[in-house]
Design a protein around this ligand. Structure first.
Ligand SMILES: [Zn+2]
Length: 161
């Protein structure tokens, strides 16, 4: 496609169609976290705008990704020392990784390699597998952008135990 641009993201290089990605997100009614009632997702949504006001929001915008329209948000529990919660949020972008290895679970163990730090609390992984992608992305070559974030618990309801 003529609108493709190449971008360097940490140690990857991607070729993406940000306009087509924006157009796809424009017809996604709501993100995964917004369709879920659980307190983990509510805690994510409560601080999502603040998170997206930082460098990760700028990066997603550059790719045409709407940060409020995640494919899935997952919470992996608290960090012992700080109490910050480990979150992941998954997004998709129309395009492909042209340099740098897609991050994939290790064969055998299924362990997913650590994200590459973007800031002290936010990391990213780029990969080429997009489970749970929103319908407008079906059948397209995609870059899956996985964000990891260490976030405080800010909603009134206590964390589920
Ligand atoms: Zn949830």
């Amino acid at each position: 496609m003529g609108d493709d641009v190449e971008l360097e993201i940490l140690h990857w290089r991607v070729r993406v169609d940000a306009d087509a990605t924006r157009a796809a997100y424009a017809v996604v009614p709501r993100g995964g976290a917004d369709t879920c009632e659980c307190d983990y997702c509510r805690n994510w949504v409560a601080q999502r705008d603040a998170l997206l006001a930082g460098p990760i929001g700028a990066l997603l915008a550059q790719l045409g990704i709407d940060g409020s329209r995640d494919a899935e948000v997952v919470e992996y529990g608290p960090e012992l020392a700080s109490g910050l919660r480990h979150y992941e949020a998954w997004y998709d972008c129309i395009g492909s990784i042209v340099a740098g290895r897609p991050v994939r679970p290790a064969p055998g163990t299924g362990v997913v390699p650590a994200a590459t730090a973007l800031t002290d609390r936010v990391g990213i992984r780029l990969t080429d597998s997009s489970p749970l992608a929103h319908a407008p992305f079906a059948g397209k070559a995609l870059v899956r952008v996985e964000i990891t974030a260490r976030l405080p618990w800010i909603i009134e309801a206590p964390p589920p135990s």
